[in-house]
Write a protein that binds this ligand. Sequence first.
Ligand SMILES: *Cc1c(COP(=O)(O)O)cnc(C)c1O
Length: 403
Amino acid sequence: MSGSALYDTYARNPLAFERGEGVWLIAEDGERYLDFAAGIAVNSLGHAHPHLVAALVGQAGKLWHVSNLYEIPGQSRLGERLVENSFADKAFFTNSGAEALECAIKTARRYHYAKGAEERVRIITFEGAFHGRTMATIAAGGQKKYLEGFGPKMEGFDQVPFGDLKAVEEAVTPETAAVLVEPIQGEGGIRVLSSSVLRRLRELCDKHGLLLVLDEVQSGVGRTGKLFAHEWSGITPDIAAIAKGIGGGFPMGACLATEEAASGMVPGVHGTTFGGNPLAMAVGNAVLDILLEEDFFEAVARKGLQLKQGLMALADRYPDVVEEIRGEGLMLGIRCKVPNTDLQKAMREEKILGAPAGENVVRLLPPLIVSEEEISNALERLESAMRAVSPGTDGADGEEKGS
Ligand SMILES: *Cc1c(COP(=O)(O)O)cnc(C)c1O
């Protein structure tokens, strides 16, 4: 017995929070933490946002759940709003990111099936990808550490190096159905796919009759300063998965598709009990109310630049701690020279939270409502944390190193 009633699948920090206010999390002992992880890009509008609380409480007194056998007006409305503001014509609501990806994968395969090309089932994905923890999405992500011990890897995914267009071209066969990619890899370490590569991927998909499927579970919903990260490149996908930020902390996701791409998804072929229920839809609509306010995205882009410039200045001052600053908008990564776990720990001591990622990166994903003052405050805390882990200063200013 490990002493806990819970599965031991998480390496948890010995820290519990009691409540949140905006960008702040308040621990059980009353300590206030600046939350620059936001539940890993989930709490897009911070904690306990009054508009979201009102939407949830208001809906809770009326109706929690009805089956998708009935009309759900909040679902139709959220679908229409997402469609109006994106490339998509159709939406399917889920409870999580992985389920949104499952729907995306099924939609892509069904598209070819409905066109009479049932052999086209294979999907090209990229090394370092993360698409979730279901059997299909661990196969899509292709990471050994998530596949090992879980039996046969689901067939149908061909992986190539991140952003390698030549490798994509070579991987295309008559059985290929789609290319699936994150515009910015999140778990993989805030690795940005350049706009030019995304545009060429689009061309390559068109040339071979493949669907372009984007995983915007982390990069979407305003995170980069546009509703979707792919908007920066000027291209549109055929299918996109979103989740995380759209619920602002309420579990939900969606698969978005063009009418053409969704043409195989006819009555009865897919479904969910909880996806798109009235509670989730009330919150999702409330999140969009705020996101779609005039100048909201411009403010995200501006604040992202402020944070990035501040981080670049820190990178100059602590070259033995920081290898590189990367990312877009409020989806930024500090690639470390020291172990990222050391920087994370020092940050926790300075009462600022980030999230670890691949390639020895610490991710900063603050709520999109973060203020300029809070970013300045965060940069001061980050500087103290960097000073504490800097091998050069060896815990200068009498600050204890690590401990
Ligand atoms: C978090 C994440 C997922 C999986 O979402 P869950 O809600 O955990 O299932 C998929 N893709 C990306 C890019 C993610 O960041």
